[in-house]
Design a protein around this ligand. Structure first.
Ligand SMILES: [Zn+2]
Length: 266
């Protein structure tokens, strides 16, 4: 991964991005990650169990979908929170940046992912912040180092052209050793790129509970589940009608804390 540079990786073994669905239409000025001109919540983000079907590989059957379909894109634009301005080199920030870069590079080997410097150009925004205490299934408070929050948005990225997008805020706290940090980042980014569910095998990056060793790259089962997911049809990334309600400016979107319309996973 190039620091601060745009990254493009074609996904080996995955379906190629559908042509004509992106932002390539308007000629030489077209760019792959235009900043949002306006955004609007499309629907309350709810994660739903899809109807059971036979023959789904790996843990694909454990993945959840949204009320508007599988929240995945043919290409992702990703923003990482930069180091605090004015501060000198800080070993904690550098470790966080390095771990996030490495985790992102693992997914970029499987999915078309571009780094952007402008958060308004991104669908996935990663914040250097420990998530607030959550509750586990039994209602006890549960500390975690990472969280991914999904919102479903309609976004105007070219004048008059709206499309449906998942918007994901990823929180990864800096207070972990480097390998644990990378494993957390890999897991939360897996959610962000559409793996909204957990593997039942602790050896996988997307395991609900991490195993004894940090998982630093997607396993064969992670890759098989991802490939299956990206073969499913989706309305995300496709043109949609402009929203009826007044739109928000991109700055009004959350600053790393989910609103009530977001759905979250650890
Ligand atoms: Zn998780």
């Amino acid at each position: 991964m190039l620091l601060g540079g745009a990254v493009w990786a074609q996904a080996p073994g995955l379906a190629p991005a559908a042509s004509g669905q992106g932002w390539s239409a308007p000629g030489p000025a077209a760019q792959p990650c235009p900043r949002a001109l306006a955004v609007q919540t499309a629907a309350v983000a709810q994660l739903l169990d899809p109807p059971p079907r036979p023959g789904i590989p790996a843990y694909g059957a454990l993945l959840q979908t949204s009320g508007l379909g599988w929240p995945r894109l043919d290409q992702w634009c990703v923003w990482l929170e930069p180091p605090a301005p004015g501060a000198g080199p800080n070993p904690w920030e550098q470790r966080w940046q390095g771990a996030l870069e490495a985790a992102l590079a693992s997914w970029a080997a499987l999915l078309p992912i571009r780094r952007v410097q402008d958060p308004a150009a991104a669908q996935v925004r990663v914040w250097r912040r420990r998530p607030p205490l959550g509750r586990d299934g039994s209602g006890r408070s549960r500390a975690s180092h990472g969280r991914a929050l999904l919102s479903l948005m309609v976004v105007e990225r070219l004048p008059g052209r709206w499309r449906l997008e998942p918007a994901v805020e990823v929180l990864v706290g800096p207070g972990q050793r480097a390998e644990a940090l990378q494993a957390t980042a890999l897991h939360e980014l897996g959610h962000a790129f559409g793996l909204w569910g957990h593997s039942d095998n602790p050896a996988d990056a997307m395991a609900a509970k991490p195993g004894a060793l940090p998982v630093l790259a997607p396993t064969a089962r992670d890759r098989a589940s991802l490939a299956w997911l990206y073969a499913q049809p989706t309305a995300f990334g496709r043109p949609t009608a402009p929203p009826l309600a007044p739109s928000q400016s991109p700055q009004e979107r959350g600053q790393g804390e989910g609103d009530q319309k977001a759905q979250q996973l650890h």
